[in-house]
Design a protein around this ligand. Structure first.
Ligand code: NDP
Ligand code: MG
Length: 392
């Protein structure tokens, strides 16, 4: 029996994870669930999956959850320390890290330091503090399995000896596929005026709102380049982004002998979730088998960096190193939130991120305190820029 903590249980990844777990009650037991503000949804999950512990964002939310769960033996708590506790508890084996944004860093790191099996969806944690996170994984003998569909595909396409000797494994390139999001073919001059609803309408994937906007700007792919760098020890030059609008091939690895290995599947996150849960075995995920004969043509293009400036900004941050990716990530989180609240336009997202990157120094990412200080400065700088943008 694997005992599981799901951080961000009420989100898109959290719900998909519970869907897979519900198919295999004899193999998995839910130890703890967390949410931030969606208390009623979390209460319903607690009634179905009977975790020992549940964590929410605030004291008020905790009081409300306790009221909703009266009579059930669920220990209710709130706040970051409680999230870290359910991630590191000796009563859990596996932690699904599926909180969105920088808020997911501390509990994911707590799981790494406790030597857990970590299923990592929260890419922002690696973007902000990749070196520190990977060091913690190694030092505490944690197991890190990527949930992000591209990275899960790359993981599946790499040779088994790769983790021990990446330099000697014959890998020539990591080909990170990108759908291009909802605005791949929309006239560039009309991008100023797109609405949050249009930006969140992804052609292939159903996801949370923040990552949906990131997909529309292609910042998501930029964050994924940085994520791939840390997960697979690959320099920026080894990672190539390929636009593939059908999202059937989830990513590829190209080898020095000319071989290219790919992982294919329907665009449904339950596949990488089931892969990581059962690894190295396989379990059913509820995802339909891929029917290649009904698929039509698969297309591949080079990305257009003028249309998607955020992609170039992320490569810049990766090359700059240190706390530059944390700066990029924090500025992006503030800008995306402002866009979703209709305080700034869609194209303002890349302008805000660029200005924060240009106007703020980055430093060494030696410890979490330095990363969090950079994160705080970047949020402040981005908020000031956002406040100065007057919408017409
Ligand atoms: P959602 O917005 O759907 O869910 C986010 C989850 O995090 C919710 O449970 C939410 O709680 C919780 N949460 C939000 N803010 C906080 C906070 N400040 N503190 C603690 N918990 C918080 O996001 P997704 O499921 O789409 O994405 C989760 C992560 O997975 C992201 O990092 C994303 O990049 C990554 N990912 C997602 C994919 C997808 O298909 N969705 C694909 C690949 C990666 P509440 O519901 O109560 O607000
Ligand atoms: Mg992805």
């Amino acid at each position: 029996m694997q005992r599981i903590t799901i951080l961000g249980a009420t989100g898109s990844i959290g719900v998909s994870t519970l869907d897979v777990l519900a198919r295999h009650p004899e193999q998995y037991q839910v130890y703890a669930l967390s949410a931030h503000g969606r208390v009623a949804e979390l209460a319903a999950q607690c009634r179905q999956f009977r975790p020992q512990r549940a964590v929410v964002g605030t004291a008020e939310a905790a009081a409300e959850l306790s009221r909703l769960l009266e009579g059930l033996p669920v220990d209710v708590a709130y706040g970051e320390a409680a999230l870290c506790e359910i991630a590191a508890s000796p009563d859990t084996d596996t932690v699904m890290a599926a909180i969105v944004g920088a808020a997911g860093l501390a509990p994911a790191l707590a799981a790494a330091r406790a030597g857990k099996k970590i299923l990592l969806a929260n890419k922002e944690a690696l973007v902000m503090s990749g070196q520190l996170f990977m060091d913690a994984v190694r030092e505490h003998k944690a197991t890190l399995l990527p949930i992000d569909s591209e990275h899960n595909a790359i993981f599946q396409s790499l040779p088994s000896q790769y983790a021990r000797a990446p330099g000697e494994s014959g890998v020539a390139k990591i080909l990170l596929t990108a759908s291009g999001g909802p605005f791949l073919n929309r006239a560039v001059e009309t991008l100023e005026a797109v609405t949050p609803a249009e930006a969140c309408k992804h052609p292939n994937w159903s996801m949370g709102r923040k990552i949906s906007v990131d997909s529309a700007t292609m910042m998501n792919k930029g964050l994924e380049v940085i994520e791939a760098h840390w997960l697979f020890g690959a320099p920026a030059e080894l990672i190539e982004v390929v636009i593939h609008p059908q999202s059937v091939i989830h990513s590829m690895v190209s080898y020095v002998d000319g071989s290219v290995l790919a992982q294919l599947g329907n665009p449904d996150m339950r596949t990488p979730i089931a892969h990581a849960l059962a690894y190295p075995e396989r379990i059913a995920s509820g995802v339909a088998q891929l029917d290649l004969t009904t698929m039509g043509a698969l297309q591949f293009y080079q990305p257009d960096y003028a249309r998607f400036p955020c992609l170039a900004l992320a490569f810049d941050a990766l090359r700059a190193g240190g706390t530059a990716p944390a700066l990029l990530n924090a500025a992006n989180e503030i800008a995306v939130e402002a866009f979703l609240d209709e305080r700034i336009g869609f194209r303002d997202i890349d302008r805000v991120v660029r200005r924060v990157m240009d106007e703020n120094e980055h430093g060494a990412a030696d410890d979490i305190a330095a990363v969090m200080a950079q994160d705080a400065r970047a949020r402040q700088a981005a908020s000031t820029i956002v406040a100065g943008i007057v919408r017409h």
